[in-house]
Design a protein around this ligand. Structure first.
Ligand code: AMP
Length: 582
């Protein structure tokens, strides 16, 4: 096994001294070396150092490495170096779990092959036009990057001919396993020519992935890149506890008191990225969104805007933010809890880059507190508690900032000389007309600068001091039932407890299926989540009565979604959903 001793991310401090000839040692052609110089790669990362020589020899390889280590170039560069540009049939196939990753990997191949005009790459994935893809495949391509299902479809219908394939790469194999694609992957493996190189990259090595590598790979080289604890060491990690209905308000407070340069907010679903972004935009932030619906070209533009500071806040899903490498990210907010420890480590690794320090804040609802230990283990250190900034904290922060801005304006004017003269003239004139003191005048000017936003935050801020609840205590309707999938309804679900009003951001609906129809909360959650695309977690309290039930759903459901729900049948019976007037 090859284990680079300084294994770690590209941020490895020992890696920062550029040696211009870093990639030349591999014996790459000038076209490839020039392309690497053009995109700023000077020195191979640890995984590249370890994997490239093996792959250039044509060996099979198992690489355990996460996104962010430079694994794409680790396989793409030797593949490009070995292919025959004159032969215009697929020679390299890369299977990826998601469309986004397929596009990213194809884009990487394209940038490395920028000076190899005969080399063509195509990305093929589900949900995109089939004929378009056939057209691109027919034009002659050497590299195909795709998701397993669509690749299989093309192979079956003869539009993707792999008879001359030289190499197959399974990228993020554990993700493909997790997403249920492993049978498809095995089917593809079974169709390949006998003589081929197989490369498997995976962040983790579950037994099933080990089995695949033993069955299909031929004495593979093994490369393991461990994520360094030192990387996480530069990141201060904190968590706060906030009831689900107050998360958005808590986010606004955290951003106001902690947000600085660049901020990435991680949300679980596309829908949540949009809700969060809209709300922050209304607060006056320059926000961008990265989710699976964002096309590649726009994704690149968004990242550029984030890099250049045109946008300060990015709201993203995990998949869309994979491998994102922007130095100026000072704060990562885990608005929704990540799926697992690995996702957490990846998320917080978006800050503290290029040797800088960073901050990471994790939002937990009281019930999610039990996952904290697992995330701490993954991060390799304790995550400190913090409180949602209270009115007093926010207000102190606002006053401090105003004082700093005023001091800065005194010392360094942003106006031109003649503009200042005009402003001064206005001041003198108003002072004369109103016969007021300079202090009274300055006060009025300062008030003007508040531009409609109140100086002090007021109102109830009780939620900022939530104490964790003991297990089993119900505090927040929104969380209570969405998780009851598959369980017998509890007393409360059967309507034996008085029915409180829905949470502020929820609306109550009635469906004409109840206890008599043997309906369970899980049936309703599953059917509604499938039809609306809503995350099961954002479906609120469900109460089952004898002949009907009520479901709390987020306010503002679009009319067409409501219409779809009206036609929905659950357990073969019409749902007959209607809005309950409060
Ligand atoms: P990956 O792990 O393949 O997703 O790569 C993570 C990021 O590192 C991408 O933005 C790559 O463009 C970048 N990268 C990969 N290799 C190098 C290198 N040798 N030098 C600088 N950046 C690199």
């Amino acid at each position: 096994m090859i284990e680079p001793t300084n294994g770690g991310g590209l941020n490895d401090p020992t890696e920062t001294l550029p040696q211009p000839s870093g990639f030349a040692h591999f014996g790459f052609a000038t076209e490839l070396l020039d392309a690497l110089t053009a995109i700023g790669y000077t020195e191979p990362s640890p995984i590249q150092k370890a994997a490239i020589p093996e792959l250039l020899l044509g060996r099979d390889l198992v690489g355990q490495a996460q996104t962010g280590t430079g694994k794409t170039a680790a396989f793409a560069l030797p593949m490009l170096a070995r292919l025959d540009p004159e032969q215009r049939t697929p020679q390299v196939l890369v299977l990826t779990p998601t469309r986004e990753l397929a596009l990213q990997v194809a884009a990487s191949f394209n940038s490395y092959a920028a000076q190899l005009p005969q080399v063509r790459t195509v990305a093929i994935y589900g949900g995109a036009d089939f004929r378009d893809q056939i057209h691109q495949l027919r034009r002659g391509v050497q590299i195909v990057v795709g998701t397993p299902g669509r690749v299989m479809d093309h192979m079956r219908q003869g539009t993707l001919d792999l008879s001359s394939l030289r190499a197959l790469v399974l990228d993020e194999a554990d993700e493909m396993l997790r997403m249920g694609f492993i049978d498809d992957v095995e089917w593809v493996l079974g169709q390949l020519p006998e003589q081929r190189q197989v490369v498997l990259f995976s962040a983790t090595m579950p037994a099933e992935i080990r089995r695949i590598s033993q069955q299909y790979l031929n004495s593979p080289a093994e490369v393991t890149i461990r994520t360094k604890a030192a990387d996480a060491g530069r990141i201060r990690q904190r968590y706060l506890t906030v009831p689900a209905p107050h998360k958005l308000a808590a986010l606004e407070r955290v951003l106001e008191s902690e947000g600085g340069e660049g901020v990435i907010i991680f949300a679980r679903t596309k829908a949540i990225t949009l809700t969060v972004a809209e709300s922050l935009e209304a607060d006056g932030y320059d926000v961008a969104v990265l989710n699976g619906d964002v096309p590649q070209a726009q994704r690149e533009r968004t990242i550029e805007r984030l890099k250049s500071g045109q946008v300060d806040v990015l709201v993203a899903t995990d998949v869309a933010a994979r491998g994102l490498d922007v130095d100026r990210i000072g704060l990562v907010i885990n608005y929704d809890i990540p799926f697992d420890g690995e996702a957490y480590v990846h998320r917080i690794g978006r800050t503290g880059r290029a040797g800088r320090s960073g901050e990471a804040i994790l939002f937990l609802t009281p019930r999610e507190r039990r996952f904290l230990g697992g995330l701490e283990r993954a991060a390799g250190k304790p995550i400190e508690p913090m409180e949602v900034p209270s009115n007093a904290t926010i207000n102190q922060h606002r006053l401090d900032r105003l004082r700093q801005r005023l001091t800065a304006a005194l010392n360094e004017s942003s106006c031109r000389e003649e503009e200042r003269a005009l402003l001064s003239e206005i001041l003198q004139r108003v002072a004369q007309e109103q016969t007021c003191s300079p202090e009274r005048l300055a006060l009025a000017a300062l008030e003007l600068s508040l531009t409609g936003k109140p100086l002090l935050l007021q109102g109830n801020d009780d939620f900022t001091t939530v104490r964790p609840q003991g297990p089993g205590r119900e505090g927040h309707g929104r969380e209570s039932s969405g998780r009851d999938r598959g369980r017998e309804p509890r007393r409360a679900d059967r309507g034996e407890r008085p029915q409180g009003p829905p949470e502020d951001n929820m609306e109550r609906f009635r469906v004409e299926l109840g206890w008599r129809d043997r309906i369970k909360p899980g049936n309703l959650v599953g059917a509604i989540a499938n039809e609306t695309g809503l995350n099961g977690k954002s479906i609120g309290r469900i109460q089952i009565f004898d002949a009907h039930s009520t479901v709390d759903l987020p306010r503002g459901m679009p009319e067409e979604v409501f219409q779809t729900l009206r036609d929905l049948r659950v357990l073969s019976k019409p749902l007959q959903i209607s809005r309950l007037k409060s």
